[in-house]
Design a protein around this ligand. Structure first.
Ligand SMILES: Nc1nc2c(ncn2[C@@H]2O[C@H](COP(=O)(O)OP(=O)(O)OP(=O)(O)O)[C@@H](O)[C@H]2O)c(=O)[nH]1
Length: 536
C-alpha cells in the first residue's frame, strides 16, 4: 500500500471517530440517562442532603405575623383589565363564568337566595370628620361602583369612638385557654367541624335591627363564653398535617420522579413531563418555566443519578414558588390600633373556616382577636363565625341578617379600636345574586372600613379543588380589592397542588396559608421548601 492511500485511510478513520464522538455528545445533550443510584453519597452541587421521602408537610417554624401598613383599593376598576402579575403571564382577560363543572363562580349561587329580591346595598352612616380622609384620596372612592353610596351620610348614626386615644393593644394570653401538654392530645380529641356543631346562639343574642335613620346602636358583640376549647400550640400541631398532600404528591412528585428516573429522557419523555405538570394545574407559564429549567440544569450539571435529578427538581420547583416573597400575615397591631384583616372569596371556599382557624392561631399566640361577621347574606354564616369565636375565645360583632355588611364591618373595627384588641378579622359574604352586586358590596366594605382604620391584609380564600375556575374568581376579586395574600384551602382533597404555582403566577401575590383539612388546626403557613419536600 502506498503512502497516500495509508494517509487517506487514517484521515477517513479520524473523521469517522470525530463524527461518532460528536453524535454521542449531541445525543447526550438531548437524552439524559439516569441510573438508580439512590444509595450513593453526594448529590449535585456537592451536597449530601437527604431528601425527606415521607411526604410530610412540615411547617416547623410556625406562623409568621407582621405589622401592616394598610392595603389600598385596587386601581379604579378597568372593567376588562386583569391585575398585573409580578411575573408576566399570558394576559387572560377576566371573563364571565367559564367553568362547566358546577363549581361556584363569583356571584353565583346554587339556588336563588331567599333574600335576593329585596337585597340591595344600603347606606352606612359615617362620622363626618373622617370623610375627608377618603375624599382626599380619589383612588379610594369610586362612587360609580356603588350606586347608593351617593346618598347623604347621617353623621349622627355612628358614635365616633376615640380612635386616636385608643390604648395601644398589648398581646395577652387569654386566661381561659388551656394549652395541652402534648400535641398528641389533639389526635385523641380532634376538633369537631364547625358546620356540624350545634347552634349555640341563644335567642337573646339576635342582633338589634339596624336602620339608616336611627342612631346606630352599640354593635352587637357576642360575648366570649367563659371557657373555650383547648388551643394547640402552633408549632407542635403542624405535625398533624403530615401526609395531607399525598394526592398531590402522587400526581406531581411521584410522576415527575418516575419520569426523570426512568432512564433516557427523550422528546417524548419531556412531553410527558410537561403534561404531568399541566394536569397538576401548574398552568402553562409555570410548566414551561419548570421544564425549560429542568432541561438546562440536568444537562449543564451532567445529572446522572435519580438522587441528583430529585435535587435538581426540588431546586427548580422551590425557585418557581418564589421563596423570597414575604408570606407573613399582617396581623400585628400598630400605631394605637388593631390590625385589620379582610377575608374575601366566593361562597364555599372556606372563608369562615379559615377566619376561625387563623383566629385560633392568633389567640394561641396571645393576641386578642375580634371577629366581624360581615357576611350578612345568610344568618347561618354569622352563626358559624360566632361558633368559631366561642371555640377560640374571640368576641364577634354581627348585624342582623341583611344588614349592610359595610356597616357591620365598620362597627367591628370601631369596637376593636375601642376595646384595644390586637386584630380585627372581617369575614365577608361570598355570594350575591350577581357578580356586580358582590363586587360593589366588597369594594364598599373596604372603603367604609378604611374610614376607621387602614386595612392591613386582604386574604383571598381560594378552593384548590376547583382548578381553573379559582383563577377566574381570583382575577375578579383582584379587580376590586388589592389582594395581599392568598389562602389556598382544601389542598388535602386534590391532586392538583400545582395550583399554588399557578395562583402566584397569575396574581403576583403570595400564597400565605394553606388549608389542609376541616379540623380547627388544619391551617398551615405556606413554605415553599416544605411544600416541595412534601411533594417529592
Ligand atoms: N377538606 C377541607 N375542607 C375545608 C377546608 N377549609 C374549609 N373546608 C370546608 O369547606 C366548607 C365551606 O367552608 P366555609 O368556611 O363555610 O366557606 P365560606 O367561604 O365561608 O362559605 P360561605 O359562608 O357560603 O361564603 C366547610 O365544610 C369547611 O369545613 C380545607 O382546608 N380542607
Amino acid at each position: 500500500m502506498n503512502t497516500p492511500i495509508i494517509i487517506g485511510i487514517v484521515i477517513a478513520v479520524l473523521v469517522l471517530i470525530a463524527l461518532v464522538a460528536g453524535g454521542v455528545a449531541l445525543s447526550r445533550r438531548r437524552r439524559i440517562s439516569l441510573s438508580d443510584d439512590s444509595g450513593a453519597q453526594g448529590a449535585v452541587d456537592g451536597t449530601t442532603r437527604q431528601v425527606d421521602k415521607s411526604g410530610g408537610y412540615k411547617a416547623g417554624s410556625g406562623f409568621s405575623f407582621s405589622q401592616g401598613g394598610g392595603v389600598g383599593l385596587a386601581e379604579p376598576p378597568e372593567p376588562t383589565a386583569p391585575t398585573e402579575p409580578a411575573t408576566p403571564a399570558a394576559p387572560v382577560p377576566p371573563t364571565e363564568r367559564t367553568e362547566v363543572d358546577g363549581q361556584p363562580g363569583v356571584g353565583d349561587d346554587a339556588s336563588v337566595p331567599r333574600d335576593s329580591a329585596q337585597r340591595g346595598i344600603q347606606d352606612v352612616a359615617l362620622p363626618a370628620d373622617e370623610d375627608t380622609a377618603v375624599v382626599d384620596d380619589p383612588a379610594a372612592v369610586d362612587d360609580t361602583a356603588v350606586a347608593d353610596d351617593t346618598a347623604v351620610v347621617d353623621d349622627t348614626a355612628v358614635e365616633t369612638p376615640e380612635a386616636a386615644q385608643a390604648p395601644a393593644a398589648t398581646p395577652r394570653t387569654p386566661d381561659t385557654v388551656e394549652v395541652p401538654e402534648s400535641p398528641a392530645e389533639l389526635f385523641e380529641a380532634p376538633a369537631p367541624d364547625a358546620d356540624t356543631l350545634p347552634d349555640t346562639i341563644p335567642a337573646e343574642a339576635e342582633p338589634e335591627t339596624e336602620t339608616e335613620s336611627a342612631p346606630a346602636a352599640e354593635p352587637d358583640v357576642a360575648p366570649t363564653p367563659a371557657t373555650t376549647e383547648e388551643i394547640a400550640p402552633t408549632a407542635g400541631r403542624l405535625n398533624r398535617l403530615r401526609g395531607r398532600l399525598s394526592r398531590s404528591q402522587g400526581a406531581i412528585g411521584k410522576s415527575m420522579l418516575g419520569l426523570l428516573g426512568a432512564g433516557d429522557l427523550d422528546e417524548d419523555s419531556w412531553e410527558e413531563i410537561e403534561d404531568t405538570l399541566l394536569m397538576a394545574d401548574l398552568g402553562t407559564t409555570a410548566t414551561m418555566a419548570v421544564v425549560e429549567r429542568l432541561r438546562t440544569e440536568l444537562a449543564a450539571n451532567n445529572v446522572r443519578t435519580a438522587d441528583e435529578a430529585r435535587a435538581t427538581l426540588r431546586r427548580v420547583l422551590v425557585d418557581q414558588l418564589w421563596p423570597e416573597l414575604d408570606r407573613s400575615v399582617r396581623a400585628l397591631p400598630h400605631a394605637g390600633g388593631p390590625a385589620v384583616i379582610l377575608v374575601v372569596g366566593v361562597n364555599g371556599t372556606g372563608k369562615t373556616t379559615t377566619t376561625g382557624k387563623l383566629a385560633r392561631v392568633l389567640v394561641a399566640d396571645g393576641r386578642r382577636v375580634l371577629l366581624g361577621a360581615a357576611d350578612t347574606f345568610r344568618a347561618a354564616a354569622a352563626d358559624q363565625l360566632q361558633t368559631w369565636g366561642e371555640r377560640v375565645g374571640a368576641d364577634v360583632v354581627r348585624g342582623k341578617e341583611q344588614a349592610d355588611p359595610a356597616s357591620v364591618a365598620f362597627d367591628a373595627v370601631a369596637k376593636g379600636i375601642d376595646t384595644g384588641v390586637d386584630v380585627v378579622m372581617i369575614d365577608t359574604a361570598g355570594r350575591l345574586h350577581t357578580k356586580t352586586g358582590l363586587m360593589d358590596e366588597l369594594g364598599k366594605v373596604k372603603r367604609v372600613v378604611e374610614k376607621k382604620a387602614p386595612v392591613d391584609e386582604v386574604l383571598l380564600v381560594l378552593d384548590a379543588t376547583v382548578g381553573q375556575n379559582g383563577l377566574t374568581q381570583a382575577r375578579v376579586f383582584a379587580e376590586v380589592v388589592d389582594i395581599s395574600g392568598v389562602v389556598l384551602t382544601k389542598l388535602d382533597g386534590t391532586a392538583k397542588g400545582g395550583i399554588v404555582f399557578h395562583v402566584q403566577e397569575e396574581l403576583g401575590v403570595p400564597v400565605k396559608l394553606v388549608g389542609l383539612g376541616e379540623g380547627a388546626d388544619d391551617l398551615a403557613p405556606f413554605e415553599p421548601e416544605a411544600f416541595v419536600d412534601a411533594l417529592l
